[in-house]
Design a protein around this ligand. Structure first.
Ligand SMILES: Cc1cc2nc3c(=O)[nH]c(=O)nc-3n(C[C@H](O)[C@H](O)[C@H](O)COP(=O)(O)O)c2cc1C
Length: 446
């Protein structure tokens, strides 16, 4: 009788979450004793080059930057808690760092967030095509539609309603793609004796006239290695999911419970197949996770406690208020968050649930948001963390994790040195990069 071959498990993908500032997700990070002892300057490129090299040693798909354009006064109408607790504030522009990081590495993707809510698509298309050239096809653009009123005000605008935010985002992307396509692949001839640099028949105007934008084209940037960067997305509304299913090569998602992650993943992959005819491996879903690795289980728990106790509750309330664009000082600390009616709170509903599905109180949610924006902490020895990740992936059904550290540098190194080899031994993780561009590495199956 023929033995049934065991189905090979799909490989996990990893990305590293970063912010060009003192605080990534954890509000404790900048003043954690390990960060302080390491003594790196977060405003200098050397730190990020070092992190990119560590992540490349770990064969990660990418190093990824979030980005916000404001110092929030959402909580209690004051900037004081944002500045005092460094709630992703200050935040320097991450885009210049991508070139520094690519120059110090060979394979890893370098990705950053750039909002489509404030600029013209010609500017974005040119910027990202140029970055794709400079990084040798390793650039990734996290396309977000911004919801914070402080950010809108910094650009002299009002925050737009969800429908309109995404209508504009779809058109923004359409214009960018037309501009990237405006140079045919063989438009550059470089015929020096004949004095022909580019074939004018292969460079086209786009003549775009839409609801939000007009652009004549062509782009004045030669077609880049990926023809524009890899596209990432992070948004949870039905419109955001539709945008991801259509355009994204990867999604950064926060679903603390593996069952919710599974439902989210199934929804995206179904939308990709049914609505856009895309194969499931063409968009990787990376679930946020915060590993805390100890020499023993007890040591890991102690590290978790030291970290979590450094998180100021008011800081958690301030950063969550900014992320929701809703002043949480209006809600009592004992209120059950998942039962609240305010529409602004709905987008993070799954982050407000305990493992058993019951609701956290506002104080609990704020504490967790300050620890790591509500994403799950995987705490244990390296073997234990690998076990937890394997179990999460099995329930969720793929694709991987966006890791966020409790201190930096240090925590990323621990993960790469201790957890990656265990996952490789289990056959759950790649042992080499296959592919040259960011998109090819994201699509890598083995
Ligand atoms: C995991 C995650 C990460 C995000 N990162 C950023 C970011 O770095 N910058 C930003 O402006 N918005 C960021 N956002 C906000 C989204 O792009 C979007 O504005 C928000 O989720 C509202 O969109 P939605 O209505 O589709 O949920 C992020 C959202 C999620 C879920």
């Amino acid at each position: 009788m023929a033995r049934r071959r065991k189905k090979a498990k799909s490989k996990i993908h990893f990305a590293q979450f970063l912010v060009h500032g003192p605080t990534y997700h954890s509000l404790a990070m900048w003043r954690h004793p390990e960060t302080q002892a390491a003594g790196w300057d977060w405003s200098r490129p050397e730190l990020y080059q070092h992190i990119a090299q560590v992540c490349e040693r770990g064969l990660f798909d990418m190093a990824f930057f979030a980005d916000l354009n404001y110092i929030a006064d959402t909580f209690r109408g004051s900037m004081e808690p944002s500045l005092r607790y460094a709630t992703q504030a200050p935040e320097h522009d991450p885009l210049p760092l991508l070139s520094f990081m690519a120059a110090a590495t060979k394979h890893i993707g370098v990705a950053a967030t750039f909002s489509v809510s404030h600029h013209h698509p010609f500017y974005a298309a040119r910027l990202w095509a140029s970055l794709d050239h400079l990084t040798g096809g390793r650039a990734g653009w996290n396309v977000v539609t911004s919801i914070n009123s402080n950010q809108a005000a910094n650009h002299g605008e009002e925050r737009a309603p969800t429908e309109q935010r995404y209508e504009r985002a779809f058109e923004f992307m359409e214009v960018c793609r037309k501009l990237w396509d405006s140079w045919e692949a063989d438009a550059v001839v470089m015929d020096a004796p004949g004095a022909v640099f580019a074939d004018a028949d292969k460079v086209h105007r786009i003549e775009h006239e839409g609801r939000f934008f007009k652009s004549r084209g062509p782009l004045n940037v030669v077609r880049s290695p990926q023809n524009g960067p890899a596209i990432l997305q992070a948004g949870t509304s039905p419109q955001g999911r539709d945008f991801a299913a259509r355009h994204a090569d990867a999604i950064f998602a926060i679903q603390p419970r593996a069952e919710d992650a599974g439902a989210y993943l199934a929804d995206i992959k179904r939308r990709m197949a049914d609505d856009y005819g895309r194969p499931p491996g063409h968009c990787r879903i990376l679930f946020g996770a915060q590993p805390i690795i100890g020499e023993s289980e007890a040591h890991a728990r102690e590290k978790q406690q030291i970290h979590n106790e450094l998180v100021p509750l008011d800081g958690g309330l301030a950063i969550l208020s900014a992320h929701l664009d809703f002043d949480l000082s209006k809600i009592p600390p004992e209120a059950l968050m998942a039962e609240r009616e305010e529409p602004q709170l709905h987008r993070m509903r799954t982050r407000f649930l305990k493992p058993d599905g019951s609701s956290m109180t506002m104080a609990e949610v704020a504490q967790r948001h300050g620890q790591g924006v509500g994403l799950p902490q995987f705490v244990g020895t390296a073997e234990g963390v690998a076990d937890q990740m394997e179990a999460f992936m099995e329930t969720a059904g793929g694709d991987g994790f966006m890791l966020t550290p409790i201190y930096s540098p240090g925590a990323i190194e621990e993960f790469v040195e201790q957890v990656i080899p265990i996952l490789q031994r289990r056959g759950l993780y790649r042992t080499e990069y296959k592919g040259r561009t960011q998109r090819e590495i994201l699509r890598q199956e083995d």
